[in-house]
Design a protein around this ligand. Structure first.
Ligand code: B12
Ligand code: SF4
Length: 524
């Protein structure tokens, strides 16, 4: 019998940090789409999500070996590329297989990866559904000449590197099968209604990956997929992974209105979260309310900063006045927000950290470290990566070929950003507990049920006190950290901030436990 086993891998990041703590979970839709395309062709596919259940590269090799795959496909990010390379080198020394990388990072560093790592055989550029099927077909026919497959960088048997015809035309996403689902948990699923985004934020790799083009799925088909997920897996919460759920184009707004109309009739009892830009929210409040009424109880909003110079540096094309207005507007409607926030970039001064901190605090977003600990990185393919490389303006000590750290103007701010990065890891467990409780239960009550569940008013007041204590504690720790940053040397800042957060953690854990326990009363 012909071996057509394929293993698809979502590798774990080097350090399991808060980057995993997402309400939508770590389902990798890209790999689920590939699995679906392959399965239809009769290929035996296994997805190994080591991002969700981390294994060392060596232990993962032991697992994958048992499947004797003819092809192993890996989707690395800047944080998981080291794992992916170590795994690939090991597995290639043990069995005769082929290795292909794909996704944003691999696409944007294709030549570099293939030239420097002999054990990586191919890189898929862009969408992978058709390409991976063609590769498996070649392999099962023992045809190692891949020159007729578009959008591929590959190594021939003799080791020569070839780049095939780069077909700029993006695939028609209405012809692509729904992603294969075999890992649905907690009645929640990720889903996509589009690919691409027509904005150009400079920290983001989407503009170059999709060439600033947006492909929209037929909304009737999206609703059908949702109905299928709801009836087969009892999915009641949907997480739209679209880069930008709506844009300002008439087509996109009409489509969102039609989506709301269909949901109301066909799936009236679900909830969903998506990502919408702050400016688009403000320009379309009636539509946002309509989407709220049909289930959009949550939003991810990439505020990034409340400072104009930062927003300009990120090429966000938004002003701070918009960023200031949005939190209240969404609270008034009843929508809970997970804020996307970048605290540090190369030009950040201590004053900027203070301003951003106050923005987070006054809008009730200061309940976990994740929102205030992030630094603006240069991801290959992004505008910032190119600028940082061009100007040789990155921290050479910390950067590598797949990730650039900023070269800070102010070294004390650099130290603070390093300290906060470690603090995020230190607080991972307690931060994860907070997110779901705040968004689903606390804000669920505060924003959406306060007027209905009047009998729980006294309990709620108690939960508010606990929530405020947690926020105040984060705020106070940050203020102390800032004080260190103003008065100490770089090494002292890192050490003092980490010590401070380490010492305070038991107290915060205790408060969080009290808060999460009290939330149970609001939930019931
Ligand atoms: C949803 C999402 C998440 C989710 C789920 C992760 C996931 N893997 O799906 C969560 C919240 C967990 C997450 C976390 C992070 N994410 Co994220 N995430 C996304 C987002 C918005 C959508 C992913 C998606 O579903 N895309 C749609 C599917 C269909 O496309 P796809 O995954 O790219 O797959 C297609 C092709 O790329 C290709 N392909 C992909 N892999 C492979 C592999 C093979 C073998 C082949 C042949 C083809 C192939 O074929 C697929 C089908 O066409 C993307 C942006 C984007 N537009 O993709 C960012 C993105 C992937 N994330 C990014 C980042 C930076 C992060 C975090 C570091 C964020 C942070 N600071 O905390 C972490 C890192 C996690 C990690 N393990 O390393 C960056 C990665 C950049 C980079 N250089 O690494 C992206 C590209 C955002 C951006 N535009 O800059 N993320
Ligand atoms: S950050 Fe969001 S809005 Fe900006 S380019 Fe990326 S996907 Fe588009």
């Amino acid at each position: 019998m012909i071996n057509n086993n394929v293993v698809l891998i979502s590798p774990p990041p080097v350090y399991t940090s808060g980057i995993k703590a997402s309400l939508g979970g770590s389902e990798h839709l890209g790999l689920s789409y590939l699995a679906s395309a392959l399965s239809i062709k009769g290929v035996n596919v296994h997805i190994k999500n080591y991002d969700e259940q981390p294994l060392s590269p060596l232990n993962a090799c032991d697992e994958v070996l048992l499947l004797s795959p003819v092809l192993i496909g890996i989707s690395p990010t800047s944080y998981s590329i080291d794992w992916a390379l170590e795994f690939s080198e090991n597995i290639k020394s043990l069995i005769n297989t082929h290795i292909i990388f794909g996704g944003h990072l691999a696409t944007n560093t294709a030549s570099f990866i293939i030239e420097n790592h002999p054990f990586v055989d191919m890189i898929c550029i862009g969408d992978g559904e058709q390409i991976i099927c063609e590769i498996v077909e070649h392999l099962t026919n023992e045809n190692l000449d891949f020159s007729d497959i578009n959008n591929l960088v590959y190594k021939s048997k003799s080791g020569e590197i070839h780049t095939t015809n780069m077909n700029e035309k993006l695939s028609d996403i209405n012809q692509i099968e729904w992603p294969q689902r075999n890992n649905i948990k907690n009645n929640a699923a990720r889903i996509l209604t589009s690919r691409g985004c027509n904005f150009s934020c400079d920290f983001c790799t989407t503009p170059v990956f999709y060439n600033r083009k947006v492909r929209l799925r037929d909304i009737n088909d999206v609703i059908d997929e949702m109905i299928y997920l709801n009836s087969k897996y009892d999915v009641r919460r949907f997480f739209f992974s679209d880069d930008s759920f709506i844009s300002n184009s008439k087509d996109s707004l009409d489509r969102a209105n039609y989506f709301a109309e269909l949901l109301e009739i066909k799936l009236p009892d679900i909830e969903f979260r998506c990502e919408i830009r702050a400016d688009i929210i403000l320009d379309n409040i009636p539509l946002i309310k309509r989407l709220y009424n049909v289930g959009m109880k949550y939003l991810f909003v990439g505020y990034e900063s409340c400072i104009d110079s930062d927003l300009k540096y990120y090429n966000k094309n938004i002003t701070s006045s918009i960023i200031d207005d949005v939190p209240n507007k969404l609270q008034e409607i009843g929508i809970s927000v997970v804020p996307g926030f970048i605290m540090f970039n190369n030009a950040t001064e201590i004053d900027d950290v203070e301003k951003n901190l106050i923005f987070l605090f006054k809008n009730d977003y200061l309940y976990r470290t994740t929102f205030y600990s992030r630094t603006c990185m240069g991801y290959p393919g992004s505008g910032l990566f190119n600028i940082m490389k061009r100007d040789n303006n990155y921290d050479t000590k910390r950067s590598n070929d797949y990730l650039l750290y900023p070269k800070f103007i102010n070294n004390n701010v650099r130290a603070l950003s390093i300290a906060f990065e470690r603090v995020e890891l230190l607080y991972l467990d307690v931060d994860s507990q907070m997110l779901a409780k705040v968004i689903y239960i606390f804000e669920g009550y505060k924003l959406r049920r306060k007027h209905i569940d009047i009998d729980k008013r006294a309990l709620y007041e108690d939960v508010v006190i606990k929530y405020n204590e947690i926020q105040n504690m984060h705020y106070q720790m940050c203020c102390d950290a800032i004080k260190f940053a103003k008065t100490s040397s770089e090494e002292e800042i890192i050490e003092s901030v980490i010590n401070l957060f380490t010492e305070k953690k038991p107290v915060l854990c205790h408060l969080v436990k009290e808060f999460t326990d009290s939330c149970k009363f609001l939930e019931s």
